[in-house]
Design a protein around this ligand. Structure first.
Ligand code: CP
Length: 311
């Protein structure tokens, strides 16, 4: 395995996370550079994506590198039965870095085992989405001025939501308090609650989406109920609209509170929230460009300046 790979947010230390945030800050101020001249990056998306793929590809393009890849695996030889192992080994012949999304948990880890080319996990099933976490951390830092001692409320699909799993793990360095709002079927899995216990992270579980919880939050992290993760479509229909944020629910929110969402949204944030000063999800997606520029440079071993930030 190439040690520059990023499969799980747990693969990198607190110092590495902080360095990536400092570099994201640098790229926000200097997004156009020619530091990937001669580098070729593959984006292999076996699952649909808008933000992750396009922001990774924009990141490479703005840094002067080139991109190959696919956004629809049905147009590749996977549809003829080529294995993931063979696909990764083939692509490794052509590129300096592989960025991949796959519906199977563990697919990115498996890829690192069959190639020496660095691999960035752009989402593997319900497991991890570490580059999303870096942009989430950067967004939290930008809106709160710190990552320390924050109250973070996660709402919606906490069972299959890889973004909440990765974010929870990364926040262990920053003394958070979590509130988990989910129905019985979509609770935060035991392994992540055990993780909180192991690192003395406070967490509280709720079924109801009440003003009391919203009003004591610094970050309200909404998530989509993901139809594609359900084997029982009737269960999806039963739970898909249980938690919807409307603008009137934000009347008592802290001034600093920001609503984040990895997007895409379906019904979980009403459109009237978009005009609220608490809404930050579109800016959050923009931060993905800078965070991913930093992640790509780290994976390729390219040194770049770090801007000072105070956590
Ligand atoms: N947040 C996120 O992963 O969005 P996409 O599925 O559009 O990449």
């Amino acid at each position: 395995m190439n040690s520059n790979s990023l499969v799980s947010i747990d693969d990198i230390s607190r110092d590495e996370i902080v360095d990536l945030l400092k570099q994201a800050r640098y790229f926000e101020m200097h997004p156009d550079q020619k530091i990937l001249d001669g580098k070729v990056v593959a984006t292999l998306f076996f699952e649909p994506s808008t933000r992750t793929r396009l922001s990774f590809e924009t990141a490479v393009n703005r840094l002067g590198g080139r991109v190959i890849g696919f956004s629809d695996a049905s147009t590749t030889s996977s549809s003829k039965g080529e294995t993931l192992k063979d696909t990764i080994k083939m692509v490794s012949n052509y590129v300096d870095l592989i960025i991949m999304r796959h519906h199977l948990e563990g697919a990115a880890r498996y890829a690192t085992e069959v190639t020496d080319t660095p691999v960035i996990n752009a989402g593997d099933g319900a497991h991890q989405h570490p580059s999303q976490t870096m942009l989430d951390l950067y967004s939290i830092y930008k809106t709160q001025g710190t990552l320390q001692n924050l109250s973070i409320t996660m709402v919606g699909d906490l069972k299959y939501g890889r973004t909440v799993h990765s974010l929870l793990m990364a926040m262990r360095y920053f003394n958070p308090t979590f509130h988990f709002i989910a129905c019985e079927e979509l609770q935060m899995p035991k392994e992540y609650k055990d993780f909180c216990d192991k690192y003395n992270i406070r967490y509280y579980e709720h079924r109801d989406f009440t003003p009391e919880v919203i009003n004591q939050s610094d970050i309200l992290y909404m998530t989509r109920v993901q139809r594609e993760r359900f084997t029982d479509i009737m269960e999806y229909e039963r739970v898909k609209n249980l938690y919807t944020l409307r603008s009137d629910m934000l009347e008592g929110a802290r001034k600093n509170m920001r609503v984040l969402h990895p997007l895409p949204r379906v019904n979980e944030i009403a459109y009237d929230v978009d005009d609220s000063p608490h809404a930050y999800y579109f800016e959050q997606a923009r931060n993905g460009l800078y965070a991913r520029q930093a992640i790509i440079c780290k994976a390729l071993g390219i040194d770049i300046p770090k801007m000072e930030i105070t956590l």
